[in-house]
Design a protein around this ligand. Structure first.
Ligand SMILES: [Zn+2]
Length: 263
């Protein structure tokens, strides 16, 4: 069984640490800060077996080189494997992922499914292990990443792909943006009762300084406006806000993202 531990970094990032219950070898996802990871490894006598990167932004990649040299000094492993999208220029990635749809992480003895999900960046990928989805800055709880490189169409397609995963799939995104996202979601869908119940639950967690994550695909389908562009409530809100006759899910998505950018 996998244990997944959040290591808070910077102001609102989580570096996800993945550990098999019967092994001391671990992987980390998107280590923007090496020291956060090294401190945890030392405190719990764990060995870093590899790194998974979703996209090139520095708050996801800034710790790679320091972790490689730390690992190569402190473990028997000659070279630390670092997986990441081949199409993005990321210093330290030595297992570039091109069009592979899956791979085996031997240390965890687990199959990883890989999704290509452009939008936030053009090469952004996600990793699925069992029912745990590591989706970087693409799908957030209650929201989605900004479109720095891709088009609204690309992001909509990427989010649609993720939303079709089984409802129990756990969503491990990189940022604790949930409450702010839910404030926007409530503006768009003021009559969504699932949204209010979830917001209450998340508020309690945050009051106790607990992560709001992971979320689940089932929950996101109920409360995340960016996964609900086909809903009448969302389309009506877009028409009212923009005085615009939005006519399909994609244009609804594009306008929704524009609304959030200016919220
Ligand atoms: Zn990013």
């Amino acid at each position: 069984m996998l244990n997944i531990i959040p290591l808070p970094a910077f102001t609102d990032n989580y570096i996800w640490l993945i550990k098999h219950s019967n092994s001391q070898d671990v992987y980390v996802v998107d280590p923007g800060d090496a020291n956060v990871v090294i401190d945890y490894l030392n405190a719990h006598q764990l060995t870093l077996a590899g790194i998974l990167i979703t996209h090139h932004h520095i708050d996801h990649t800034g710790g790679i080189l320091a972790l490689k040299s730390f690992s190569e000094q402190h473990s028997a492993q000659a070279v630390l494997p670092v997986y990441g999208p081949a199409s993005e220029n990321i210093n330290g990635v030595n297992h570039p992922i091109n069009n592979e749809r899956s791979m085996i992480l031997k240390t965890l003895n687990i199959k990883v499914t890989i999704f290509t999900i452009p939008g936030h960046t053009l090469g952004h990928i996600a990793y699925l292990m069992d029912d745990n989805l590591f989706c970087g800055d693409t799908l957030f709880s209650g929201g989605c990443g900004r479109l720095f490189e891709g088009s609204p169409e690309q992001m909509h397609t990427s989010l649609t792909q993720l939303s079709q995963l089984p409802t129990e799939t756990k969503v491990f995104c990189t940022h604790e943006y949930t409450l702010a996202n839910l404030t926007f979601a409530s503006e768009v869908e003021p009559d969504n009762n699932d949204l209010y119940a979830y917001k209450e639950q998340v508020s309690q967690l945050r009051l106790n300084n607990q992560p709001s994550l992971p979320s689940s695909i089932g929950m996101e389908r109920k409360i995340n406006p960016f996964l609900r562009c086909e809903q009448d409530t969302i389309q009506r809100a877009i028409r009212q806000h923009f005085q615009h006759p939005s006519h399909d899910n994609r244009s609804t998505f594009a306008l929704l993202r524009q609304w959030k950018d200016n919220f």
